[in-house]
Design a protein around this ligand. Structure first.
Ligand code: MN3
Length: 262
């Protein structure tokens, strides 16, 4: 087999026995239907039949849990692997499941983005409003949360958000101090947020409430539910808050700042 391109060397593309395989890893990211279609193509090309391992979905779900954009252990030592696994695969997954359960009662709502659902909570039928607020909020909040972190992140804020932080808070150090102090004081479960109102502001919300429900697109947010930090930091929320800046993805935060400034 010497000389054959290996999927290990280039996991996104390989040619073996003249058959071109590509994007193995993206199977997780595509729709179930597309995955089955691709799998059928593969099973015709190869003796292995991955189709057998793919359960067929009976109902089309309105909302899906995307895989983490990096490995569970990628944010170590700031956030430990076990916390990431539980947080994404159990907590976030449950919000998505419960949101889908609510939408089944009013399927027309399923065509809206989860952000749109929580933006206009008053338009949501009363029988599912609470679930949409909590689980829709949970879905939106955590989707943002995974994206605004990255392995090897942190450092000084870059780009426009860096300039705005310096303008509104004096320095990054002053901003962090204020954000950490404010968020540490959130009683019980909730989030600390950075929003823009012509000027950057730090706010907190209880539970899974998102500032988008009161007209503010969040630029960044940190999860201070105990499930986000308890395994590693125990009851030391301020220690978690201080360490969290080491994994912030400022490129993504800049994209969100642009959206918030519109
Ligand atoms: Mn959480």
């Amino acid at each position: 087999m010497q000389g054959l391109p290996s999927t290990e060397r280039n996991p996104r593309s390989a040619t073996i026995f003249g058959i071109h395989y590509y994007e193995w890893r993206s199977v997780r990211e595509m729709s179930r239907k597309a995955a089955v279609r691709r799998s059928l193509t593969f099973s015709r090309l190869t003796t292995a039949a991955p189709i057998r391992n793919l359960p067929l979905r009976r109902n089309v779900l309105a909302y899906e849990l995307a895989p983490l954009p990096y490995d569970y252990a990628a944010l170590e030592p700031t956030i430990d692997e076990a916390t990431m696994k539980l947080h994404h695969d159990k907590h976030h997954a449950t919000y998505v499941t419960n949101l889908n359960g609510a939408i089944e009662k009013h399927p027309d709502l399923g065509k809206h983005s989860p952000e749109d659902l929580i933006k206009n909570l008053n338009n949501i039928p009363e029988d599912i409003r609470g679930v949409v607020r909590n689980s829709g909020g949970g879905h939106v909040n955590h989707t943002m949360f995974w994206a605004i972190m990255k392995p090897g992140g942190g450092g000084e804020p870059t780009g426009k958000i860096g300039e705005q932080i310096a303008k509104d808070f004096g320095s990054f150090e002053d901003f962090k101090k204020q954000f950490n102090e404010t968020t540490a004081k959130q009683f019980g479960s909730g989030w600390g947020w950075l929003v823009f109102d012509g000027k950057l502001k730090i706010v907190t919300t209880p539970n899974q409430d998102n500032p988008i429900s009161s007209g503010h697109y969040p630029i960044l947010g940190n999860d201070v539910w105990e499930h986000a930090y308890y395994l590693k930091y125990n009851n030391r929320r301020p220690e978690y808050l201080a360490a969290w800046w080491n994994v912030v993805n400022w490129d993504e935060v800049n994209k969100r700042f642009e959206e918030a400034s519109k």
